[in-house]
Design a binder for this molecule. Structure first.
Ligand SMILES: Cc1cc2nc3c(=O)[nH]c(=O)nc-3n(C[C@H](O)[C@H](O)[C@H](O)COP(=O)(O)O)c2cc1C
Length: 401
């Protein structure tokens, strides 16, 4: 549906969700509708190898109407792995374990893309599964963290700024993972450039204190990401979609900003688009919030306008509380007392989402926690059965249902 077609929606009538259930073409793929399962780390892997339950877990969301599944963050190398229960996308056993979930999604009529990820310095020194491997990042620094479990030396400097050779090696590892994803039948990849992990550490001036060409303007801070995108493009078929996820917020600081102005954003998205990104997945915690003063446009809307590429929105879809805690209490120390209830979220309506879709701010919508609670989220919304949606609770994370 073009922006002009969306704009002819009659005024004053309740908006219909039908637009979300129109097909969408992304390179060689035709998605049946605009509903995507957001990438969510469920951490049911054993030393990087997925548990068998993932095939059914993802299949159920496709049977429930989602057109595309974004797999949970999966690490590209030993230095990128911060947890033995997180899946990996390197090493034969770990890569092979992805085949069955991908095939299950395909059998159900959906598409699957893994989210390839490197934790950077959001990885405690000495943590499992590779305690001997040093943590690396743009600079030798990490913001003070009061969580002893995740950062055993809070407030200390650790790690070393990545050398050019280390940057080259990590870029190559992203390429290896994307090539493997294509080989085992994935339909594209999402590059995780959000939430304070390695790529985002380069974007974020607080953590990028380099004095070389990887720091300076936003374009310079995007150089590492652009090299990753270009390598993934080079190592995959020209029609293999590359999604790029970025965010303002960081797990280390919800109020942090990657971009302060539309000009910063233009530099970021133009650099990544030139490198070969096909779609931007714009991660915010509340999808409707305006991005910059003086305009109603969301970050997703701005990204679509400035890049000319399609975008995916996300953040509190049909939920009344934003994402806050993740898989454990990682963020609890940083939350204000009133936000600590975020492990539970009630059901919200869909009108605001449709309004933004009709305004042409996004092409696809990623649904996170609401799709953990409701594998059939897409069907319930399409059939206007919102009253059947269940709320989200962190208790749901204990099993892979
Ligand atoms: C349990 C859990 C795990 C998550 N893991 C990831 C992840 O692996 N990669 C990522 O980019 N975002 C991750 N997120 C963030 C979600 O993709 C999404 O952006 C966030 O939950 C907001 O969407 P929602 O309000 O619909 O849940 C995770 C969220 C949750 C709740």
């Amino acid at each position: 549906m073009t922006m002009a077609e969306r704009a002819i929606q009659p005024q004053g009538e309740r908006r219909s969700a039908a637009g979300l259930f129109t097909p969408f073409r992304l390179k060689g793929l035709t998605l049946a509708n605009r509903v995507v399962m957001a990438p969510m780390g469920r951490c049911f892997a054993d030393h990087g190898v997925l548990a068998p339950g993932y095939a059914d877990y993802y299949r159920r969301r496709v049977e429930g109407g989602a057109a595309l599944i974004l797999g949970e963050a999966t690490s590209i190398s030993t230095s990128g792995s911060s947890n033995p229960t997180s899946p990996a996308f390197y090493g034969e056993a770990a890569i092979e374990a992805w085949r069955e979930p991908v095939a299950a999604v395909h059998r159900a009529g959906g598409f699957f893309m893994p989210q390839i990820w490197h934790a950077g310095l959001a990885r405690s020194p000495g943590c499992e599964p590779y305690p001997q491997v040093p943590s690396i990042g743009p600079s030798d620094w990490y913001i003070p963290n009061t969580d002893e479990k995740l950062c055993p030396r809070p407030g200390r400097r650790y790690g070393a700024p990545m050398t050019e050779a280390e940057i080259e090696a990590v870029v190559r590892h992203y390429g290896d993972a994307a090539e493997a994803a294509q080989r085992i039948g994935c339909d594209g990849v999402e590059i995780h450039g959000a939430h304070g992990y390695l790529i985002d550490q380069f974007f974020w001036p607080t953590m990028n204190q380099r004095t070389d060409r990887y720091n300076g303007t936003m374009r310079d801070r995007a150089r590492f990401a652009a090299e990753v995108v270009a390598e993934v493009r080079r190592r995959t078929r020209p029609d293999f979609p590359i999604l790029f996820r970025f965010s303002q917020w960081k797990l280390q600081d919800y109020d942090a900003k990657t971009v302060e102005t539309p000009d910063d954003l233009a530099q970021l998205v133009e650099t990544l688009a030139d490198a070969g990104a096909d779609l931007f997945h714009v991660s915010v915690r509340r999808f409707w919030e305006p991005a910059f003063e003086g305009s109603d446009l969301t970050l997703c809307g701005w990204t679509r306008k400035l890049s000319g590429l399609p975008t995916m929105t996300v953040g509190s879809i049909t939920l009344d509380q934003p994402f806050g805690v993740g898989t454990d209490d990682y963020q609890a120390h940083f939350l204000k007392a009133q936000e600590r209830k975020l492990d539970y979220s009630s059901v919200e309506g869909i009108d605001r989402l449709i309004e933004l879709f009709d305004r042409g701010e996004f092409d696809l919508v990623a649904v996170g926690r609401a799709m953990i609670a409701n594998p059939d989220w897409a069907t319930l919304v399409r059939e206007d059965r919102l009253d059947e949606l269940k709320p989200y609770s962190r208790d749901l994370l204990t099993t892979l249902d």
